[in-house]
Design a protein. Structure first.
Length: 332
């Protein structure tokens, strides 16, 4: 999702509930909760529909000076109802799904578990990609870290340009430092497609399927986290880990060597000085958390505006592979 946060009339098309700035750093913060997707859609400026209309190109003027258009065979524009803007170009077989329908799937998910509610939503890539984040009541506790909670969230995303189907991603957040544990756990998917069913029994079954995957991911995270926090990791092992993650040996003097050295230095500094890591240094879990903190907060994101930088950060965190997943593979 390397694209810009949509701004309409000077307002970012995004919101965050509960008076909390979300982990991705984007959005307009409100004090109330948005429990249902219909409320979230309005707050985030996503309460619009799309129509599939034939795509055409200008071919010149007629005798009266009017522009003449020629249809482009096989291509269509997904046109937004509020401003007639094209939010995607698709093929003939593409069938769009409006925001209200895509996120109604999410409503079916959260209705299956008490205490779940939407906490943020937004529009990206000029409206081509839309998403909502639901916070689950689940709290994941890693053995040995009873004073730190990991909250589980489900990110629902949909596109109007055919780039992706409706999907759900599990986003676990270590609350004490607002770091995201988007790990690729073996045997448990983190991102998966959501089947769009029209009948009630199908919706309920799909909601249970999504929550079942989330619960399975949470249980495996607890197991893996406990194993990593109990795995001792001395300074020699940590330095070898850094060298594997950002190799410097064999590199000639130049930019690539400097980049690798800076990456190692930054992660090492976080590992040794970050206050929230001091109780877990000397463990594989501590080494992983230092890399996650580096990936989430310390890499300089490209983009001229703060919104663009924040969106690129969000893209880096959520998408595989990134340095977090490289580190996890080395440590696991």
């Amino acid at each position: 999702m390397a694209h810009e946060l949509e701004i309409i009339d000077g307002k970012a098309q995004m919101f965050s509930a509960n008076g909390i700035v979300p982990w991705h750093g984007l959005g307009t913060v409100i004090d109330d909760e948005a429990v249902r997707s219909s409320e979230a859609l309005t707050l985030a400026g996503l309460d619009w529909t799309v129509d599939k209309v034939p795509l055409a190109q200008e071919i010149g003027l007629d005798d009266e000076g009017n522009m003449v258009y020629d249809p482009i065979e096989g291509f269509y524009s997904m046109q937004r109802s509020t401003d007639l803007k094209s939010v995607g170009v698709v093929g003939e077989r593409y069938h769009g799904l409006n925001n209200v329908d895509a996120f109604a799937i999410g409503d079916d998910i959260i209705s299956q578990k008490d205490g779940t509610h939407w906490v943020t939503a937004g529009s990206l890539k000029g409206g081509s990609v839309v998403w909502m984040l639901a916070e689950l009541p689940n709290t994941i506790m890693i053995s040995g870290m009873e004073d730190e909670a990991i909250k589980q969230n489900i990110l629902i995303a949909n596109s109007h340009d055919g780039s992706t189907a409706v999907s759900a991603s599990i986003v676990d957040i270590r609350v004490v430092c607002n770091n995201t544990l988007t790990l690729a756990l073996k045997g448990t998917p983190r991102t998966f497609k959501i089947r769009h069913t029209k009948n009630m029994s199908g919706k309920i079954n799909e909601a249970k399927r999504v929550l079942g995957i989330a619960d399975g991911y949470a249980k495996q995270l607890q197991v893996v986290g406990t194993e990593l926090i109990n795995a001792k990791f001395d300074n020699v092992a940590f330095e070898a880990f850094l060298e594997s993650l950002a190799p410097t040996k064999g590199k000639d003097e130049g930019r690539s060597l400097t980049v690798a050295q800076n990456k190692q230095d930054d992660i090492r500094t976080i590992y040794k000085t970050a206050p929230d890591l001091q109780n877990i240094t000397g463990t594989k879990w501590g080494a992983l958390q230092a890399v996650i903190d580096y990936n989430d907060h310390h890499i300089n994101s490209r983009g001229g505006s703060d919104a663009k930088k924040a969106e690129n950060r969000m893209h880096r965190i959520l998408n595989l592979p990134n340095i977090t997943h490289e580190a996890f593979a080395l440590l696991n």
